[in-house]
Design a binder for this molecule. Structure first.
Ligand SMILES: Nc1ncnc2c1ncn2[C@@H]1O[C@H](COP(=O)(O)OP(=O)(O)OP(=O)(O)O)[C@@H](O)[C@H]1O
Length: 240
């Protein structure tokens, strides 16, 4: 099992109720998991726990058999750089760097990924080519690229050095249907090539059939998000 959560609870500072209370979630090696749920249900919060940006107040969260909450902050940063490829909602590319340098950043932060990438510059170029970013764009500032192109650069950066887990937060939200489908083809091909596990958060239920498994956060998360609705129903019942 690549990812294992047991009784994981997370409460944002200042909140009365936990945002997440997940009795169990397990993800196998090589799985492509589609994670969905209404806005505000805690998808990004869960990704923050998986990437070690935040740590749960209780429960166990293991990635690659490592309980990342037990690592010091610097070890957690290292673990993330070595083993996780993250595609953020806003890509988090460095606008003043070139396309190529943005992809190489993952190897600058991790010796493990630098070694796995082999000749990192050639690997980055090949990945960008696979992502249909043409050679003449390699040295352009990344901010001069279109949204769709930047999204694909962010994927190349996440994939270089074959991290075991790829985590993507709404990566297709800015793409039209054709670009979205092509983007998914490339992402699946590249992650399958290296047996990477993919956790993909999206609202777009039109693409869920392309994944091995679909998980609704509302179903696995044991918090009472519906309390406001219950209150309304209750009040309506009282009024009758
Ligand atoms: N930085 C924060 N500080 C305090 N509370 C937060 C913070 N980020 C999120 N929350 C709380 O966690 C809840 C879940 O937010 P989250 O962003 O995880 O939901 P989501 O399912 O990813 O939503 P969306 O689909 O709109 O991106 C929010 O309703 C909010 O109450």
């Amino acid at each position: 099992m690549i990812i294992r959560l047991k009784n994981v609870s997370y409460c944002w500072p200042g909140q009365q109720q936990p945002t997440l209370n997940i009795p169990s979630l397990e993800v196998e090696k090589g799985e492509h998991l589609f994670l969905h749920g209404p806005s505000g249900s805690g998808k990004t919060t869960l990704l923050n726990l998986l990437t070690g940006i935040n740590t749960p107040q209780s429960g166990q969260l293991e990635i690659l058999e490592t309980d990342i909450a037990k690592l010091s902050e610097s070890k957690r940063d290292r673990f993330r750089a070595d083993h996780l490829g993250v595609i953020f909602q806003q890509f988090n590319l460095l606008p003043y760097l070139s396309v190529l340098d943005n992809v190489l950043l993952s190897c600058d932060f991790s010796k493990t990924r630098l070694e796995k990438a082999g000749n990192a510059v050639e690997t980055a170029k090949q990945l960008l080519l696979d992502m249909e970013i043409s050679g003449d764009l390699l040295h352009s500032k990344v901010s001069s690229l279109s949204m769709g192109q930047q999204q694909r650069v962010a994927v190349a950066r996440a994939l270089i050095g074959n991290p075991e887990v790829i985590i993507a937060d709404e990566p297709t939200s800015a793409l039209d249907t054709d670009n979205r489908d092509r983007f998914l083809d490339l992402l699946f091909t590249e992650s399958d090539k290296h047996g990477s596990t993919l956790i993909f958060v999206s609202h777009d239920t039109q693409i869920q059939h392309r994944f091995n498994r679909m998980v609704s956060l509302a179903t696995i998360n044991n918090v009472d998000n519906a309390s406001d609705n219950n209150q309304i129903n209750h009040n309506q019942a009282d009024a009758k």
